[in-house]
Design a protein around this ligand. Structure first.
Ligand code: GUN
Length: 282
């Protein structure tokens, strides 16, 4: 029987720590401010933006929401980003992805000041992470590191297998697990014998977007299983990449979906906003 890694509880602890820090910054006259830009009206993005706004309210972070129409040009969006870069009252800037087709997301990410890039997506922050310089860490992978640490799961010397190689989760996750001194393998859609690879994992992290792909046949006895999936099962119910019920007796610990990795992402965004103040003062 696996121990359940409670992302709701751990994310609440982090939000409370951020709230305290924001409070003490406020007492010294600094109002931590996050600007969130949403282009268009993608329903999933609207939900994510609403969750970020609520978390800001809880932590005492001022959230400035900028809603732009679907037909916004890349030039217009970038000029908005530049305006926020130059605004000293703004500590963090986030452009909700995906952006409409006429806009190149990489060009927009490059336009965000690396000192305000609370998503940790700017190439300068990505590079800094890979060579171990201080930088903003992408929120989902850094949230997973916190889940492991606060659940007493040590990564040093362990076999860690990450399935998925996205810029948002898989690749930065690999860098962070290396920093934790794990032995890291990144598997993906072209990996031969995926089961053989994942069965080696003491820590398995899945980010593939395939509902319940990982059954017990993919899991080593006693492994920590971290599920980044936000998928829908055959009945339209929210589930992860891991077949939770099937894996439960094999894994040593496991994150549920919902209530595992998901809430950590927003909590780490709040932490990045508060930490932005320190980075900008240096
Ligand atoms: N869309 C889905 N996840 C994310 C994220 O972490 N940051 C941004 N900006 N957009 C997203």
């Amino acid at each position: 029987m696996a121990a359940i890694i409670d992302g709701k509880k751990i994310s609440a602890q982090i939000r409370d720590e951020v709230k305290q820090k924001v409070q003490s910054l406020s007492e010294s006259g600094i109002k931590v401010t996050l600007a969130v830009i949403l282009v268009g009206s993608d329903p999933a993005s609207q939900v994510y933006v609403r969750n970020k706004k609520r978390a800001c309210e809880y932590c005492g972070i001022i959230s400035r929401e900028i809603l732009l129409p679907e037909e916004t040009t890349q030039e217009k969006l970038i000029s908005k980003v530049e305006e926020l870069n130059a605004d000293p009252s703004v500590n963090g800037i986030l452009v909700q992805l995906p952006v409409p087709r006429q806009i190149d997301p990489d060009a927009v990410i490059r336009a965000i000041s690396p000192l305000k890039d609370v998503d940790g997506f700017h190439p300068q922050n990505v590079g800094a992470l890979s060579i171990g310089l201080p930088c903003f860490l992408p929120c989902t992978p850094s949230g997973i590191i916190e889940l492991l640490r606060r659940s007493g799961i040590r990564a040093e010397g362990k076999e860690c297998v990450i399935v998925g190689r996205s810029n948002i989760v898989g690749k930065p996750m690999a860098m962070l697990m290396l920093r934790e001194n794990a032995t890291v393998t990144v598997a993906h859609s072209k990996t031969a014998s995926l089961q053989e690879v994942t069965k080696r994992a003491d820590i398995l992290i899945t980010a593939v977007g395939k509902p319940k792909l990982f059954t017990k046949d993919y899991i080593k006895q006693g492994a920590a299983v971290i599920d980044c999936g936000m998928d829908r099962d055959e009945n339209g119910k929210l589930c992860g990449d891991v077949d939770f019920d099937d894996v439960f007796d094999t894994a040593g610990s496991i994150t549920p979906v919902p209530g595992g990795v998901g809430p950590m992402t927003v909590a780490m965004l709040m932490k990045n906003c508060a930490d932005a103040v320190d980075l900008q003062r240096k």
